[in-house]
Each structure stands twice: as C-alpha cells, then as structure tokens.
Design a protein around this ligand. Structure first.
Ligand SMILES: Nc1nc2c(ncn2[C@@H]2O[C@H](COP(=O)(O)OP(=O)(O)OP(=O)(O)O)[C@@H](O)[C@H]2O)c(=O)[nH]1
Ligand SMILES: [Mg+2]
Length: 461
C-alpha cells in the first residue's frame, strides 16, 4: 500500500472504529485447523444466508433485519486479497475439493447492511452498516509469535527439550548427529544451507510422521515471499554448542534476531495487534487420532499462542487507540466428522484442553464462548436400525473415496483421555470430502449461526 493510500485507509478505519462501525476479526488456529474453510463459509453465509431457516440463531437474520452483505469496495488494492471465489470454485467442482492449504497472508473486507433494532438509530436511519475485516494466513506462522519472548539460546534449549520427547526423539537423532559433526567455525554458505535443509527436512518429518504441532520457525515450512532470504538459515544448535562463543552461534543469533525483528514483529503488528474479536479454531478430533503426545503438544502450542494476544474490555478509547480482543470464540472445528449427540462432549473436551492455555494468558477481561461447529458440513446425520435399536450415524465421502459410507465414527471423550485409554482405544475419526455444492445456496454448516451471533450479533442491533 502506498503511504498516501495507507493513511486514507487508516483514517477511514479510525473513523469507523470510533463510530463503532468497524470490526477486525482474527481467525486463529494451527495449520489444518480449518481457518480458510471457516472464513470462506463465514463470507458465504453473510453474503447469501439471509434466510432465517438457514441461520436460525443469528438474531439479525431471524428478526428479518439483515439487508445483506457484500464484498467491500474499499478493499486495499495493494494488499493480497483472500481468494474467496477461488475457494468456492474448489467446493463447486466435481468431485468437490477442499480449498488448498494457505501459503501467504490475505485479507477480505465485507460490508454488512442491517436495520437497527431499536433506539434513535432505528428511528432516524433506514439502515446501518458494519465493516468487517478478515485475514487469513498459514497456520505455521502463528507459532512464530512465541519466539518473540525468547532469545536464540533460550529457543535452542526449548527446541532440544521438545525433540527429546519420546515421539520426536528417534526422528531428531540424525539431525543431532549432523550438528555434532558441524564445525562451529565454518560459516561457508554451502554448509549453512545444508544444515538448514537438514533441519527443515526434520520439521517436515515431524509434521508428517509424529503428529506434532510445534514447528519453528514457521517460515522454514511455508516461506511465503521470504524463500531464499539468508535469515531463514536458522536452526537450533545443540545445548552443549551454546555454552561457548563461536562464529556459528553468533551467525545464528543474528539470523534469529533478524527473523524476530523483520518477520515476526511486523506479522504480529500488521495482523494481530488490532484485533477486536478472535476465533480460535482447534481440530480436537485429528489430535485424538494422533494420540496422547499429539494431544499434549496441541495443548502446549495453544498455551504459547494464547500468551501472544492482548485481551481486554472494549471501551471506545481502547477501541480506537489501543485495540484489544474482548470477545473470543473457541471452536472445535469439523464437528460434522462425528454424530450430533457427540457435540456436547467435543465442546467439553475443547474446554478442558484450553483450561491451562487460558489460565496462562492475559485473558481475564475477555468474553468467551466454546462450541463445536463445522464451517462447511460434509456429512448428513441420521440413524440406522441395529438389533431393533436406532443408532446415530453420519453419511459422507471419506477423502479419496468414490462411494459414500455410513458410519458411527465413535464416542468423543468429554475429558482429556488418560494414557491408558489412548493405548487401549485408538481413536479413528474420519476425514470427509465436501459433497458437491451448489454455491448459489448458502453453504451447509453446523452452528455457524451460533458463531455469527456471538461474534457479530451485538454489533448488528
Ligand atoms: N468435514 C469438514 N472438514 C473440514 C472443515 N473445515 C476444514 N476441514 C478439513 O480440514 C482441512 C484444513 O482446512 P483449512 O481451512 O485449509 O485449514 P487452515 O487452518 O486454513 O490450514 P492452513 O492453511 O494450512 O493453515 C480441509 O482441507 C478439510 O479437509 C469442515 O467444516 N468440515
Ligand atoms: Mg488456510
């Protein structure tokens, strides 16, 4: 954005913020949590879903005061735009496909028009408007935020403590050995790049085989526009290599500091420092499938992320000059992968998983709600007869399958399972492909109306 365009855009935002007509909603979640699907669905519901039968718990729609939403005309021309239409095309194609994993950040602005419910505005105005700003980014980049609270040495210790855990230890042995053989006085470009490549391969192996969540730095997995930048030559030295000064230690410390200053801080400032409301999406079902260590690491990753945000009440002054998040929706995503009577347990599990992360964050002043939802429902829920009894089931296409299946995916534990339960009872929740959709109709969902009511309902009165 040019500086002049930037000033105009900021000025308009401040004006709208002061008038309480602007909301910046941050959709946060680790990679694969469902951020892109959530934003795509949210935009689709807000631009097409004006039928009370489709969004019964979204009060502005239920009360028939919603006049519609449109993609805003003030979308900044020089910022990457969220590929909304492209995502819809994936859902619409035959066979339908999920939108691809995100490789860079993008933004979408929406203008929502509604009739005020009561008060002076209702008497004087035929309609009011609310501007909504949504951003999307690769989940991997979110885990860079906690790096700001550490220096290179502390980060390296943290990484090797993590890599020593049983589910990571075997995979990290080869890289540890490679580091042990490295000459700490050798700063040759080729050597630095080879060590970085080995570390980046290790991160990919963790992600693919160990069911892990904490991968830092995120730009080694999804570099975005930074591919090839020297500061991405970054990996943790072994604890014993940190105690004495060395040229390699000094070089890596410089890269770490540059990474924090030129990548992580601007990312935070640009996207998260001005959030008014936040959605934290968590894919609890995939973590259950991946086992006990994955579940623990998910909890640790959420705790680190929650510490990076600023929460507080929403006075007008705070909203304009020092925005803080004052409403947080915690959502267990992909609830359509289980039968509806399991949703209660899924929500309780999410709450228990988040108990510790919330306790460690500066979170007290925010309002929150937890729920299980599916941004884009890929299954039909129903019942089958078995031994004269009605059993709940879902029907959908498993990823890659040509024929639909009818199945009971299993019970969701309402508390964090014990190690014993993980051993004796492996979870196998399915992953479903989207059914081919008519995108002229609002996307099928589970509880997106509850989510919209919590996030936007009070601003549309
Ligand atoms: N059944 C179902 N699957 C979903 C839903 N939302 C997401 N998924 C699945 O989860 C995968 C990841 O969803 P995304 O929206 O791409 O996740 P993301 O958080 O944007 O991930 P990154 O872009 O990698 O950070 C999708 O490809 C789907 O397989 C949903 O509402 N229902
Ligand atoms: Mg995405």
């Amino acid at each position: 954005m040019s500086w002049l365009e930037g000033i105009h855009y900021q000025g308009r935002q401040w004006g709208n913020r002061a008038l309480d007509r602007h909301l910046r909603v941050g959709v946060t979640g680790l990679s694969g949590a469902g951020k892109t699907a959530f934003i795509t669905s949210l935009v689709h519901q807000l631009t097409l879903g004006d039928q009370p039968a489709h969004l019964p718990f979204f009060s502005v729609v239920a009360q028939q005061r919603y006049l519609g939403g449109r993609l805003a005309s003030n979308q900044p021309l020089s910022l990457p735009r969220f590929p909304y239409e492209h995502n819809l095309r994936h859902l619409q194609q035959r066979p339908a496909a999920w939108p691809p994993s995100t490789t860079g950040w993008s933004q979408l602005n929406l203008t929502l028009r509604y009739k005020p419910a009561h008060g002076v505005r209702a008497r004087l105005q035929s309609h009011s408007e609310l501007n909504l700003e949504l951003i999307d980014y690769p989940g991997e980049w979110l885990l860079d935020l906690p790096m700001l609270q550490q220096d290179y040495q502390a980060w390296s210790h943290f990484c090797w403590a993590l890599f020593a855990q049983p589910h990571r230890e075997a995979l990290s042995r080869v890289f540890a050995e490679r580091l042990r053989q490295a000459d700490l006085n050798n700063l040759a470009e080729l050597e630095l790049q080879q060590l970085t490549d080995a570390y980046s391969a290790l991160l990919q192996e963790f992600r693919a085989h160990a069911g892990t969540y904490l991968h830092q730095p995120g730009r080694l997995l999804v570099p975005g526009e930074l591919a090839g930048a020297p500061m991405l030559q970054l990996f943790p030295l072994l604890p014993e290599q940190l105690s004495a000064p060395s040229p390699l230690l000094q070089k890596l410390t410089e890269h770490y500091n540059s990474y924090c200053d030129y990548v992580v801080k601007p990312f935070y400032k640009q996207h998260f420092a001005r959030l008014d409301r936040q959605v934290v999406l968590v894919d609890c079902l995939s973590a259950l499938n991946a086992g006990e260590a994955a579940m623990q690491e998910l909890q640790q990753a959420l705790r680190l992320i929650m510490q990076s945000f600023r929460y507080g009440p929403a006075s007008v002054v705070a909203r304009v000059f020092k925005p803080q998040i004052h409403k947080v929706l915690f959502a267990a995503s992909k609830a359509d992968h289980v039968t509806p009577e399991q949703h209660k347990a899924l929500t309780l599990l999410l709450q228990q998983l988040l108990q510790q992360p919330i306790k460690h964050s500066h979170y007290a002043a925010a309002q929150s709600e937890a729920m299980a939802l599916a941004a884009i429902r890929a299954s039909q829920a129903g019942y089958i007869e078995q031994g004269g009894q009605k059993q709940p089931c879902i029907r959908g296409f498993e990823l890659g399958a040509a024929q639909p299946v009818t199945l009971f995916p299993g019970d969701v534990p309402s508390t964090l399972p014990t190690a014993e339960l993980f051993k004796t009872h492996p979870f196998q929740f399915p992953a479903l492909a989207p059914s081919t959709l008519d995108v002229q109709q609002p996307l099928p969902h589970v509880r997106m109306d509850h989510a919209l009511e919590f996030l936007l309902g009070d601003k549309l009165r």
